[in-house]
Design a protein around this ligand. Structure first.
Ligand code: SF4
Length: 422
């Protein structure tokens, strides 16, 4: 780490953050990064000199423990401390990610309408350029070199890089699994299959295409090209998302192939972050179709694996309303298999996703409780249940009330799930 102090700003190169993902009520930075601190803002840049975080310091910033984060897809996300009690209970984290797209905020505050936040996203390239002008290139050779690299990665270039990123994987990630919150959504996505089995009527993230696995050659190409794309910053990643909406329906051998090659080629063993994590979505059918040997093999991989299954409801009338073609007996079987797998395999956690919304039939909420309360003899810490608001985000009070109603009766952990893209 090298520290430079100037009159109105300071710069720290190769600063070391925390090396294990942690749940904390204050801002944490992970891995290795560089920092520019001015009177108004703290800027963090990754190992490629690309901006990742902005945190306001002056008056006008809504809260000193809140920050902006830029994703690989070049979206700015505002991390809010919440404005109501019980953020951790609702989200499983001490912050609420506020997204600049869609109508998915559970908070009344609208951070992207705040002038200082808007300004922070717009002016950071000018702030860095003005610092570069003040530097004496001969005295600070390393620093000048670093700053000129940051300047190259201006807003236009970062947008081009995001487009390249999506081209490399052959599409945008329309939704990340809720479990990726455990790694602050910092996953490297590798698409092993497109489309899904059900193409449910209610779903707004589906591609509408029928399910199709990618070839091994395509998967290897993605992994190799992503490695080049992430450059020096790959050292800060320890998590892989196998996309898209039902990667679990891909053949067991292909899932294994993708997971193992990603681990080896991305060199996750050398990551600045401890451990390695694998995330994927599954459907009721793909989950029930998998042989026991699949889970035994998965458990032996050098990852902690999270599989999120979208069941949405355990009420036939609600499933019909949602146009989701699955049967109650399969949902019950899925629930029982989830509990068994979570119990037997240390490195696997199966989680479930349900929708919530005021317009859903009256037996919907009782049907969720019939599984996560009535079918269990005691509380279990493993096997999170995520509740995803359907359409009516404006009814924030109703959504919070439903979450609390389900949560206090559930014997499994229950959290909100916000649709986040990459
Ligand atoms: S809910 Fe899941 S299975 Fe249904 S259409 Fe959406 S992505 Fe596909």
């Amino acid at each position: 780490m090298t520290f430079y102090q100037f009159d109105n700003y300071s710069i720290t190169l190769d600063k070391k953050g925390v090396n294990i993902y942690t749940k904390a009520s204050y801002p944490i930075r992970y891995g290795q990064y560089s920092e520019i601190k001015t009177k108004e803002f703290v800027y963090h840049f990754n190992q490629n000199g690309e901006i990742r975080f902005i945190q306001g310091r002056g008056n006008g910033w809504p809260n000193p423990v809140e920050w902006l984060k830029r994703t690989l897809g070049n979206d700015w996300i505002y991390y809010s401390a919440g404005g109501y009690a019980g953020v951790f209970e609702c989200m499983g984290e001490y912050y609420v990610p506020c997204l600049p797209y869609g109508n998915t905020s559970l908070l009344d505050a609208k951070p992207f309408k705040n002038k200082m936040i808007e300004n922070a996203i717009e002016i950071w390239p000018r702030v860095v350029s003005s610092i570069a002008c003040l530097l004496d290139g001969e005295t600070h050779i390393d620093l000048s070199h670093y700053i000129s690299n940051v300047i190259k990665n201006d807003s236009a270039r970062l947008q081009q890089k995001a487009q390249l990123f999506h081209r490399l994987i052959g599409g945008q990630i329309s939704v990340l699994p809720p479990d990726t919150r455990h790694v602050d959504y910092d996953v490297i996505p590798v698409i092993i299959a497109d489309g899904c089995l059900y193409n449910c009527g209610f779903c707004r993230v589906k591609s509408g295409n029928r399910f199709e696995s990618r070839s091994k050659e395509d998967i290897l190409n993605q992994i190799r090209q992503l490695k080049g794309f992430l450059g020096r910053d790959i050292i800060n990643y320890n998590a892989v998302f196998l996309g898209q909406h039902d990667a679990l329906n891909a053949p067991a051998e292909l899932i294994n192939f993708a997971a193992q090659n990603a681990y080896d080629i991305f060199e996750l063993k050398l990551s600045n972050m401890k451990g390695a994590n694998l995330f994927l979505f599954g459907s009721v059918k793909s989950f029930l179709d998998k042989e026991p040997s699949f889970f035994q093999d998965l458990n032996r991989l050098p990852y902690k694996t999270y599989i999120n299954i979208g069941v949405e409801s355990a009420d036939p009338a609600t499933l019909k309303y949602l146009k989701k073609p699955i049967e109650l007996k399969d949902i019950i079987h899925t629930f029982e298999r989830m509990m068994a797998i979570n119990h037997h395999f240390e490195n696997i956690e199966i989680t479930l996703n349900f929708v919530i919304g005021e317009m859903l039939p009256e037996n919907h909420v009782p049907s969720i409780l019939s599984l996560i309360r009535d079918r269990l003899d005691r509380p279990y810490p493993k096997g999170s249940v995520y509740l995803s608001p359907l359409y009516d985000y404006e009814k924030k009070r109703y959504l919070r009330d439903i979450l609390h109603r389900i949560k206090i009766q559930s014997k499994l952990p229950v959290f909100f799930y916000l649709i986040q893209r990459l």
